[in-house]
Design a protein. Sequence first.
Lengths: 67, 67, 67, 67, 67, 67
Amino acid sequence: MPYINVKITKEGATAAQKEAIIQGMTQVLVDVLGKNPATTVVVIDEVEMENWGIGGMPVSEFRKTIK
Amino acid sequence: MPYINVKITKEGATAAQKEAIIQGMTQVLVDVLGKNPATTVVVIDEVEMENWGIGGMPVSEFRKTIK
Amino acid sequence: MPYINVKITKEGATAAQKEAIIQGMTQVLVDVLGKNPATTVVVIDEVEMENWGIGGMPVSEFRKTIK
Amino acid sequence: MPYINVKITKEGATAAQKEAIIQGMTQVLVDVLGKNPATTVVVIDEVEMENWGIGGMPVSEFRKTIK
Amino acid sequence: MPYINVKITKEGATAAQKEAIIQGMTQVLVDVLGKNPATTVVVIDEVEMENWGIGGMPVSEFRKTIK
Amino acid sequence: MPYINVKITKEGATAAQKEAIIQGMTQVLVDVLGKNPATTVVVIDEVEMENWGIGGMPVSEFRKTIK
């Protein structure tokens, strides 16, 4: 009965991509720990770019520094 | 000073229903552990249907399988 | 298929108390939103006292100030 | 490689304020624990007022009681 | 720069299994969204059995009901 | 009434360091958003090294690659 929370920046992930994330992450727990997929929950949080920080700055600024 | 986080699919919960959730969950901790409601925080996250997975698929697909 | 996370300070909650929390919080979502208890997950995190802060200080210090 | 999650009520925090939060919280971990800012992540969740409870009621009601 | 949190019951997952979970979940985000693994964080929380509830009861009780 | 969750690897942070984190993070929200420290909660989670992944591997392995 695992619970998986995935936080990504909100940049237009499609419904098909989210479905692939849900399927793939659930499969990892089935394969590695033999968990039951029927009770494995995945919640995806899409976070606004200005609400995501790394390197002490908003992620949009940070990306410019690592180009 | 407990903290309670409730994640539900976004399906039109009303303000009155949210108020009942906040009140009910706080009361559980008052009754069971004698916690002080004045410092008990409840945060409700409403998650878009396509961002919630169970059974390795989006919850909307999963519900069709259990009908 | 809701997910509920309860964070409390680690102060000796018994197995029976945890069971009452699980039962009570699940019942709130059954009563208010008609959720299915069979797919409602509750996770209780017990946090060491020195890892919990409020009022800008550890909770053990804070409690002395409000006596 | 720390991860910091900040939950606040959604009340119009500006991009500049969020940037200051990201910078300030990251700096705390640099100063206190010598963490590397380049791998320190900050995620800010802005929560709708009616989804935030304290004192067993929505925060908007609670604020009236403490005026 | 995604963040993935995996909550499982504490039942003796080995270091090798945790490594496989970290690798597998990171790979899902690389494959589906093209994320950079170097800034993808995975945190695994192992939760004591008596702190995990489902079906309104501790998970150990719940498992007996579905045998 | 903000809530701040800090996740760090478990590497011997002292009570004094945790107190400094609690104080510093709370002060950031006081300074930037004018929040009331008395209702600002900070929870620090110390995560076992083998439960923390980055770069698709346990953090202990990852650190060797960036030396």
